[in-house]
Design a protein around this ligand. Structure first.
Ligand code: PMP
Length: 302
């Protein structure tokens, strides 16, 4: 899905991806000291629409602030640049990857004087595919929120994600499910987790997870549909007796979970509340439902 001729936005200019490079001494490269976002644009009846651009770019600001990385672009500017980048690359259904980083040569463990900004766009199918996933509880925990600002989308946190995901795959599973430092179910390496039990949904509360924008959307859609959603801590043993589960994320969208280790959920995903919500989500993002009116700040740039 990468093409070196695709334009990216780098510090004020649109340049071919192959020309967007960073130096050998860039602080972000050495220490994972950067933050990123992942958004999706959809080709809707009203044209290209970035889903929840405001929420994503507000989270980018929050993430930068949480680690002391300067970011000199407003939410509106970031949104406008994203639409412009999509148009220049003739992309409509696409994934958008903003990365705020520190390119300056800097080997000290101090915050940089200035920040840099890259935005890239590419066509990306559902990140975890569309077959229900076989998960395994990871031997790796999510990073301790007392050690890092876990609600910030910090690049360095994704070393944990890559290690957990590849460890799960090395044992023949599709993806990992990570616990928090207290042994409660937290989330996947790049997606939140919901469990379905007694006709209700349960998901980990804020604390040891990235509070996903898709997670929030699914909670809203569920409550609108009269489904009870409870944000609470639960251990893997609570999965016994659950009828289903699913994961949510901008890249993954809504994807069913068939099993967690030896536990196979009793109901096929297609017959679960998760599947109903996946359909609602898909209608919402693609503008087939009235709620999909653009959020403030996501107007297309002419
Ligand atoms: N948790 C983690 C660790 C993630 O990387 C992601 C993807 N950004 C999510 C959850 C889901 O977040 P969102 O719905 O905002 O994409």
């Amino acid at each position: 899905y990468f093409d070196n001729n695709t334009l990216v936005y780098l510090d004020g200019e649109f340049v071919p991806a192959e020309q967007a490079t960073c130096g050998a001494y860039a602080q972000s490269l050495h220490y994972g000291y950067a933050v990123f976002e992942g958004l999706r644009a959809y080709n809707t009846p009203a044209g290209t629409r970035i889903f929840k651009a405001r929420e994503h770019f507000e989270r980018l600001h929050y993430s930068c602030q949480a680690i002391g990385l300067p970011l000199n672009y407003s939410v509106e500017e970031l949104t406008a640049i994203s639409y412009e980048l999509l148009a220049k690359n003739n992309l409509s259904d696409a994934y958008i990857r903003p990365l705020a980083f520190a390119a300056a040569p800097h080997m000290m463990l101090t915050t940089p004087a200035a920040g840099n900004l890259l935005l890239a766009v590419w066509h990306w199918g559902k990140y975890l595919g569309s077959q229900s996933l076989r998960l395994t509880i990871s031997p790796y925990e999510r990073p301790n929120p007392r050690a890092v600002p876990i609600e910030a989308k910090v690049s360095g946190h994704y070393a944990n994600s890559i290690i957990a995901s590849s460890e799960a795959k090395s044992r023949g599973f599709d993806e990992a499910l990570l616990l928090d430092m207290n042994g409660f179910v937290a989330e996947g390496p790049g997606a939140n987790f919901f469990m379905e039990k007694h006709g209700e949904l349960f998901t980990a509360p804020a604390g040891s997870i990235l509070r996903g924008i898709t997670r929030n959307t699914i909670i809203d859609l569920a409550r609108e549909a009269g489904i009870t959603v409870t944000e609470m801590f639960f251990t893997p043993s609570a999965l016994q007796g659950a009828t289903g589960a699913f994961m949510t994320g901008t890249a993954a969208e809504v994807i069913g979970v068939a099993s967690v280790d030896d536990l196979v959920f009793s109901t096929p995903f297609e017959q679960t509340l998760g599947a109903q919500l996946a359909a609602r989500y898909s209608a919402l993002v693609s503008g087939r439902e009235p709620e999909a009116a653009p959020q403030p700040g996501t107007e297309a740039v002419e």
